[in-house]
Design a binder for this molecule. Structure first.
Ligand code: ATP
Ligand code: MG
Length: 415
């Protein structure tokens, strides 16, 4: 991609943004704020969001879950069946011109449970796991954390349906494993946070996945030894592994969670099946969410410095940011040649080909955008037949021989 063609360019200033992620994502041209909690994803931002989604998709498919796409417009009756039409404060309700009321989906138990019910007859139809990556709508009171808390936002939601609680208990740890994989592939160290004392009978058991960050809205106590965490309401001092918890609570961002729902929704929609002995039984459910747009925000909150964003390699909009300095003919020719060679090798590269921008401006933009590898071609580097190689997360730069650069980049990507 040529930077001169990229829509839009970085901003010099931003109106005072409420949070670090919004400030950086807006300034660097990844998102545009339309109103509180509502953002447009611009080309750079969408590249990151798609990478995050594809990591999640990959892990969900590995888990054996199948992807679906449920609607955002939901019939009122479904929400009345679970009583959430009245009780869910964040539910957006709209009326058609004929007076018919519908809900804008904030979550999808009310759609997926009757869907699976429609196609489930016998024990042979279970277990089944379905997921989607889709836009959710919630009438959040406070939407002041940039993309961390949207009123319209992206979520991956997985729902599993089992013959019994035993089936759910067996499946649940596999989802937890997949979740750890997802967050670590996104460069994040997410800690699993439990609210002990939960259980099917006390209204559901849940685990949250939290990324420690000073800007997080949640507070958690992390175990010094096994890295499990407990949420704020918990008045315990020891972890289940026996080690002591941190005395001080840490701020954290909830990037995902998982619920053992039991029969809460299968009761509401009478999701039954006939077991081996011909007896009617009620199915048992789990649901598991990850905020995809929030995850992008959490990555930015976690990886930035005073100059801008520092994208982890797997989710960066491009792997390499190639800068040409000056308007010397030879420099242009070499830079263009390298750009072509990198692209032929399948390396996603953003090439700052501008002739009207000074070196300082190009460096500042590169730091702000935060692509993990910066390659500079200038008269100075050409004297040594080299390219300046600098990783965004490191202080020092080095010179790499021009003819070896593409190979070195490929090696660095696969590392
Ligand atoms: P929170 O406590 O932060 O409001 P929640 O408990 O309401 O989250 P869920 O309903 O379980 O969250 O949604 C699943 C995931 O979706 C959350 O773990 C979070 O990552 C994401 N999420 C929830 N609400 C929002 C929002 N308003 N904007 C962006 N992401 C969200
Ligand atoms: Mg919420």
């Amino acid at each position: 991609m040529l930077y001169s063609n990229l829509f839009p360019k970085t901003l010099k200033t931003t109106s005072s943004e409420e949070s670090k992620n919004a400030e950086l994502l807006v300034k660097a041209g990844f998102v545009d704020k339309v109103m509180a909690g509502v953002y447009t994803w611009l080309p750079l931002g969408l590249r990151v969001l798609r990478k995050v989604e594809n990591i999640i998709r990959d892990e969900m498919n590995n888990l054996g879950a199948q992807e679906v796409l449920l609607p955002s417009m939901h019939p009122k009756e479904n929400w009345q069946k679970t009583h959430r039409w009245k009780t869910l404060d964040v539910l957006y309700k709209i009326k058609s011109q004929t007076g018919k009321e519908i809900a804008l989906g904030p979550t999808h138990e009310e759609i997926i449970t009757p869907l699976v019910g429609k196609f489930t007859n016998s024990y042979k139809d279970l277990p089944v796991a379905l997921y989607q990556i889709q836009t959710k709508f919630r009438d959040e009171l406070r939407a002041k954390s940039g993309v961390l808390r949207g009123r319209e936002f992206g979520m991956k939601d997985l729902y599993s349906f089992h013959k019994s609680e035993k089936g759910l208990e067996g499946y649940y740890p596999d989802v937890i494993k997949a979740y750890h994989q997802i967050f670590s592939r996104c460069g994040l160290d997410a800690v699993m946070t439990t609210a002990p004392g939960g259980g099917f009978t006390s209204g559901g058991y849940s685990d949250e996945f939290q990324v420690v960050s000073p800007t997080g809205e949640d507070k958690i106590y992390v175990c010094k030894k096994c890295k499990r965490a407990y949420n704020e309401e918990v008045k315990i001092t020891k972890c289940e592994c026996g080690a002591f918890l941190d005395k001080k609570a840490k701020n954290a961002i909830e990037v995902g969670n998982s619920f053992k729902l039991g029969a809460k929704f299968s009761d509401a929609f009478k999701l039954d099946y006939v077991d081996v002995k011909g007896k009617k039984k009620r199915a048992v459910m789990g649901c598991y969410g990850i905020g995809t747009t929030r995850l992008v925000g959490a990555i930015v909150e976690r990886f930035n410095d005073k100059n801008g964003i520092i994208w982890p390699k797997n989710v960066a909009p491009f792997y390499a940011h190639l800068l040409k300095l000056g308007d010397n003919k030879k420099v242009s020719k070499v830079a263009e040649g390298l750009y072509a060679k990198l692209r032929r090798a399948g390396v996603d590269v953003l090439y700052d080909d501008r002739i009207d921008a000074q070196a300082g401006e190009k460096f500042a933009d590169a730091d702000l955008i935060g692509i993990p590898l910066r390659l500079v071609v200038s008269e100075r580097t050409l004297k040594k037949d080299s390219v300046e190689w600098k990783e965004r997360s490191k202080k020092d730069s080095k010179n790499v021989k021009l003819e070896k650069t593409t190979k070195e980049v490929e090696k660095w990507i696969s590392k």
